[in-house]
Design a protein. Structure first.
Length: 310
């Protein structure tokens, strides 16, 4: 559902998670500046995450999740009321309007609404009975933060654009998922990118470099990169045969994609950005830390990602 300006839209949690994102305002040619160019190039092993759609389909079809959707079917969420938090970037450092709009819109239309659904699924079934997703690892105690965008020459160290967290006591146990936001004026994510070994500007290795570095530095298996109009979900996995680590990337999920079940009722024909994000939360909630984390020292940084040469 793509609401017109000023129109109030009320949906239940299932409708919210299945729906497409709103369209992003277009930009003019004078906003096509180089402020969103990726800063790192990925050098490590990389492959397609062939099982991503199947994993999401299995997660979506889980009876406990479907029961939670049914239990909250009468809950009406005012999606227009889900305001994004104040935009944290200094506008003197974010010189391109599109960069601000992309970051704000992804938080507002995708992340905030996905978190609202995650919390709603734990809504009490009755006044005396606490609802639970039982066999689906999930929690409603999620936090997310965004960070400032800084000009490259000001600081050699950069924080991820977005981090999904669960409060914890051990070092770095709070951080679970890393997000990187680019804007389409300078970063195009397209199907059939060509040679996966290419490190040229605009290649997969160029676009994935920054978020792959952030994932390795924090020892986090799951992440995503988005221009709002296109989103790719990522995971780092250890290979059993030689102990090396590979970066896997999903098919592109466009902002117009809705969650649609296939005709065989066994797998999804398409998934929404919000459902993809909810699946990452699910994968990053397991009590077994090794399912969503790894020792960063297991990967040599110089063999994983390097700074782009100017």
């Amino acid at each position: 559902m793509d609401p017109t300006p000023g129109q109030l839209i009320y949906q239940n949690p299932k409708e919210v998670i299945e729906d497409r994102l709103q369209d992003l305002d277009s930009v003019t040619d004078d906003e096509q500046a180089p402020t969103g160019i990726p800063r790192d190039v990925f050098k490590g092993p990389m492959d397609s995450w062939h099982g991503f759609n199947k994993e999401v389909s299995t997660f979506y079809a889980n009876q406990h999740l479907q029961d939670a959707f049914a239990r909250t079917s009468g809950m009406r969420i005012d999606v227009d009321a889900m305001k994004a938090p104040p935009y944290w970037a200094d506008l003197n450092h974010t010189q391109v309007t599109e960069a601000k709009n992309t970051h704000f819109s992804l938080i507002h239309s995708a992340v905030n609404r996905m978190f609202t659904v995650a919390k709603a699924l734990f809504h009490d079934a009755t006044p005396t009975q606490t609802a639970s997703l039982q066999s689906i690892p999930m929690t409603d105690d999620w936090r997310f933060v965004t960070t400032k965008m800084r000009r490259r020459e000001e600081n050699e160290e950069f924080e991820p654009n977005m981090l999904f967290k669960i409060p914890g006591n051990e070092n770095n146990q709070m951080e679970r998922v890393v997000g990187n936001i680019k804007f389409s004026g300078t970063c195009h994510i397209r199907q059939n990118w060509g040679n996966s070994d290419s490190q040229a500007r605009g290649s997969m290795r160029h676009i994935f470099g920054q978020v792959a570095r952030d994932m390795r530095e924090r020892g986090l298996r799951f992440g995503f990169i988005s221009t709002y109009e296109e989103t790719v979900f990522l995971k780092i996995e250890r290979q059993e045969n030689d102990g090396s680590y590979t970066l896997f990337y999903s098919d592109i999920v466009r902002h117009t994609h809705r969650t649609v079940m296939g005709s065989d009722q066994q797998a999804l024909d398409s998934i929404s950005v919000r459902l993809g994000l909810l699946h990452l939360l699910h994968r990053a909630t397991y009590e077994d830390v090794s399912t969503w984390s790894f020792n960063p020292d297991d990967i040599r940084s110089e063999e994983w990602a390097c700074k782009e040469l100017d």
